[in-house]
Design a protein around this ligand. Sequence first.
Ligand SMILES: [Zn+2]
Ligand SMILES: [Zn+2]
Length: 347
Amino acid sequence: MKAAVLEKDARFLQIKEVERPALAAGMVRVKVHACGVCGSDVHLVLHRSMHAKSYPRIPGHESSGVVIEVGENVTRVKPQDRVVVSAGTSCGHCAACKAGRENLCPEVGVLGFDSDGSFAEEVVVPERCLFVFSSHIPFEQAAILADAVSTPYHALRYAGNIKQGDTVAVFGCGGLGIHGVLLARALGASRVFALDVEAGALSNAEKAGANEIIDLSGKSSVGKMNAGKILKEKGGVDLVVDFSGYYSNIEESVRAMNPGGRMVMVGLGRNPLKFAIPATLIFKMISVCGSYGSDSRALPELIDLLEKGKINLAPSITSTHPLEEAQECIEKLENRKGNPIRFVIRP
Ligand SMILES: [Zn+2]
Ligand SMILES: [Zn+2]
């Protein structure tokens, strides 16, 4: 089969013919129809700041396709089923996996990093990684559920415990944060603030339904005011979700949080996360937690939201490309050329 392969010290994908992956018991062969290009592919291929478990490796962790062959003992899916392939991999038998919380599994991994992924004509995964969807969802939209949409969904719904009427602040409106804005509205937020330094990202956030756009670049009328002060003046927030990984505004944002507020960290950053005002955390009973990827509770709920038309992912698909353009898409995502949300590969 044809695949995009990353060699150990390369900073580029090579399109080549590789062996079809073997099909063991409990595994399913999926013909890949769509696979999104994610920021972590930029880190894996261009920056080499993220690493695959071994090389050569086929990246691609945000995919959908059609089941073409099932291994022994597979019961959940059958050939012809249209499926979302979850981005996370896990052991499948620990207490966390049995509870549908695979992102807490001690063996948690990522498709395309810890095993070969979907920048290929076929991918083979355990049946528990597959979620069936109906025929009217386009493959591109189903594909991005696997990470770009499910990661913010998990952060809002399961880590952040979003409630009807909450005010929500989304820091960082790239590929994940933009869906944080969209989903916060779909999950009943009364007001969503979108904060970023990039004009293009803020414009995407506005289209996704943000009620207030807050430009933190220092170029706007609010100038160098800190995010916390702005949010406080606007009436405070119940839920803060950080996709930016910068953290510099996060400490101040605690001051803007309403009693019982929740702060969820999703973006990975290098700056220390400090709270100089612990009394505020205590008196207001504010929770701060992390959220990593998603789990098997989230994906069926998201498929349902999409099938019922409660979220519109059409604007998230910036463009579709053949496998041969995977490298070019990763480079365009790095440069943010054309203000992309998701480039999708159609192998
Ligand atoms: Zn990703
Ligand atoms: Zn497990």
